[in-house]
Design a protein around this ligand. Structure first.
Ligand SMILES: [Zn+2]
Length: 160
């Protein structure tokens, strides 16, 4: 794709981010998902209006794109996000199998305005016992047999 087209899609993501704050709907984040040069979905951050801490722009756009295309696999699609993704959205982008990430603002720019996700990146790197959030393992002996059934459940276990 031509650079102009990439910039057009990124401007759409930035416009979504700006619209969000002008309407008082939430944080200044927007994302657009494109396949073969066609916009499939776009969303701003919807955490506040939906009372959903996972409704970041990228996750919301992924949900809309998956619904629009009737799939959980967005390979062949690319995402344009007004800011470098947080760890949650980055994980979602990998799970959705998007081909490429275009971003505008950096996570340092986000930290400068009060959206600092650095502590999550730090937490991921720590051993479980060194994290701020306590992890407690329970009932693995009851949960593990369910995993063992997965291969025989009749579902397509080549996916996830
Ligand atoms: Zn995010």
């Amino acid at each position: 794709m031509e650079n102009q087209l990439h910039e057009k899609f990124m401007r759409m993501a930035i416009e979504l981010s700006e619209y969000n704050i002008k309407q008082g709907l939430g944080g200044p984040f927007g994302a657009v998902i494109v396949k073969d040069g066609v916009v499939i979905a776009g969303s701003a951050n919807k955490v506040i209006p939906e009372n959903d801490p996972t409704a970041h722009a990228e996750v919301s756009a992924i949900r809309l794109a998956c619904t629009a295309l009737g799939t959980y696999n967005l390979s062949g699609c690319e995402i344009y996000t007004s800011c470098e993704p947080c760890p949650m959205c980055l994980g979602a982008i990998y799970w959705a199998r998007l081909d490429k990430i275009y971003y505008a603002n950096t996570k340092a720019d986000a930290a400068d305005i009060g959206f600092d996700d650095h502590f999550i990146y730090n937490e991921i790197a720590f051993n479980m016992e060194d994290r701020k959030l306590p992890f407690v393992q329970l009932l693995r002996d009851e949960a593990l047999p369910v995993f063992k059934q997965w291969g025989t459940a009749g579902l397509n276990n080549t996916h996830y």
